[in-house]
Structure formats: structure tokens, C-alpha cells
Design a protein around this ligand. Sequence first.
Ligand code: HEM
Length: 374
Amino acid sequence: MVTKLLGPQALQRSRGIRADELERFYMSLLDKAMKKESVEIGMETMKLINNSICKMIMGRSCSEENGEAERIRGLVTESTALTKKIFMANMFHRPLKKLGISLFKKEIMGVSNRFNEVLERILEEHEEKLEEDQDMDMMGVLLAAYGDKNAECKITRNHIKSLFVDLVVAGTDTSRHATQWTMAEIINKPTILDRLREEIDYVVGRTRLVQETDLPSLPYLQAIVKEGLRLHPPGPLFARTAREGCRVGGFYVRENTPLVVNAYAMMRDPDSWEEPNEFKPERFLGSGKEDEREHGLKYIPFGCGRRGCPGVNLAYILVGTAIGVMVQCFDWKNKGDKVNMEEAHGAMVLTMAHPLKWIPVARTPNLQCRSELK
Ligand code: HEM
């Protein structure tokens, strides 16, 4: 089911949804630019990403008016914070189990119940629409399968809700922090910003908004996104359990041992990367050594293997287009300071200690939006 939503064909079908949301993102930044208001880049990006994913799954964004969108974004943030605690608890699973402590049950149930409340309402609304609307989104397809008594594979209401939560939680915070970190790197390095802008101006111009279909023609933008993910992987650690005894790097690992993969350290390892702490997008251009590394197990912002991220293609689109729009359409002003790149302590998703808050200045006065051309 996840592949169905996130595979290349499905992504092609849902392109229009993301184009609309990208335009909304641009309009919101433009509004702030006109009012000379500062923008919390992570927050704006979160709205873009959250709305895009919600709309892809259930055919509509969560409504801003009745606070539904805000509630979902809050629940995503709470879930991410809980992931850290659950991760730690899993690491010390046995002692905790022995003591009979279920440390986070109350918190987990709290978030789960509130998600359930919002999602149940959305499902009911969908069921009402299902009778009149034949043009089905993913939730519609799942609801039809849920109602089909002869279906080969029985789907429950909880399955549908869990899938929604899984995708929204896994996709939102990761993509928004990746975008924020990468924008911070670009703002700090004017030569990189200028080169990227030149590429976008040359390929896309200044009269239409950059689109995801432009990404294959924007190799420098792609390299920047990859380099941002190398230096600031939103998921710096991930866990595995050895199903059977095995040897790793000369150490014997016993069956059922919990293992933590430190992707952050691996992608800054000086044995694998030249000047590992420098932001150098060029390393991902062309067919050099760094490109080969990408195919090896040294570049792993999306994990790898069977448990690797199924949203990788969507993530490159969401992060690439968000950065594309912010660079194509705006200059970014602050009181002359450089961006502080300090990392927040103890966050499960790699987070900036000082969220990026800058004032956009519009630079594409003749830009026409899709909605105006229709
Ligand atoms: C820059 C953005 C993203 C990054 C860096 C990222 C990274 C990751 C990582 C490291 C994992 C764990 C992989 C492992 O254990 O080997 C993961 C899992 C996952 N990701 Fe992403 N992800 C991103 C965006 C997305 C998006 C946009 C979606 C979908 C909407 C998504 C859906 C998932 C799901 C469903 C899993 C769980 C897979 C499983 O446990 O079987 N991710 N992601």
C-alpha cells in the first residue's frame, strides 16, 4: 500500500496536488515579503509538506480554519518527541520489561487517542463523500476495501488510521528539518546561493514558478539537497535487532542484540569523505568517487535495505521544490548575522537549536502562477 502511494506512477498522478501546494507556499511567503514580516522557515515548510502529504492520502488538506491542521501538526511534533523515548526504552527493553514498567504508555495513548479523534472525523466525512464521488484518493480506496466483505485481505479502520499516522509522522518532520538545515547552509554561503540561483534562472527563468518536473534539469539543486542530507541527516540514528548471531567489523553480535546505526557519524567519517564537515555540493556532481559512495553504504540519510525509507523519491521532490522556490523567488534578509548552525541537544530528529527566521524579499515581480494561467 505504501509503495502504491509513494511509487513513481503514483507520484506522477499526484503531481498536481503538490504543484497547488507549492504555489500556496509561494503565495504565503510573498504575503510575508509584502508585509516585511519574518518567516520561520521550518514552520512554513512544515505546512507545505504536511498539506501535500495529507492531500495525497485523503484528497484534501487538513483545514486551517477549524484548527484541524494545527492539531495534526502538533500531534506530529509530539509523536516525534515520543519516538526518542520509545527508542531509548527499546534499547533497554529487557531491564524495563523485567521491572514491569511501561513508562510511556500514558503519553502514547494520549497522542494516539487525539490522532484517533481527528482521523475518525475525517474518515466519516470521507465515507459520506464516497457515495457521490467516484474519483477516489488513497483513503477512498482503503475505505472501499474496508467495506468489502469479500475482500481477500481484511482491512480494519485502525489499519487505515495507522497508515495515515505512519506516513504523516515519518514524512513531515524529516523533510521540514532537511529543508531548514539546507536553506541555512545556502544562506551562509553566498557563492553557493548565487550558483544555484543562476542555474534556476537559466533553466526555469523568472516568470514561472519552479516545478518538480524541472528537478532533473537542475543538477546543482539536487547536489545541494544531497549534501544537506549528508551533513544534517534528519534521522541520525536508526535501530536494528540482530535476528541471528553475526559478525560486524570483527565483533561477534549475539542473536536478539539491539544495534544502533549512527548514520550521522558515518556520513562525516574522514575515511570516506574529503573535508567531511564542509558543505560542498560539488561532491555530488558528475560521476566522481563521491557518486560511487552514494551507491555504497556510506551515504545513508534514508537508511538502507528492506527497512529503508519508502518515501525517498517524495522527499527529494518536497525538499528540492521547497528550496527551489525559496531561492528562485526571494532574497533572505536578517540583521547581517550568519545563521547559527548549532544543533539542538537530544532531539531524535536532527533539529536546529535556533530555528531559521528570516525576512523574504521578493525578486520575481513578473512571476505568473498556474492558477492565474488557467
Ligand atoms: C528528507 C526526508 C526524509 C528522510 C531523511 C527520511 C529518512 C528515513 C529513515 C532514516 C528511515 C528509517 C530507515 C531505516 O530504518 O533503515 C525512514 C523510514 C520511513 N520513512 Fe522516511 N525519510 C524522509 C521522508 C519521508 C517521506 C516524505 C515519507 C512518506 C510520506 C517517509 C516515509 C517513511 C516510512 C513509512 C518509514 C518507515 C519504513 C519502515 O519502518 O518500514 N519518509 N525514513
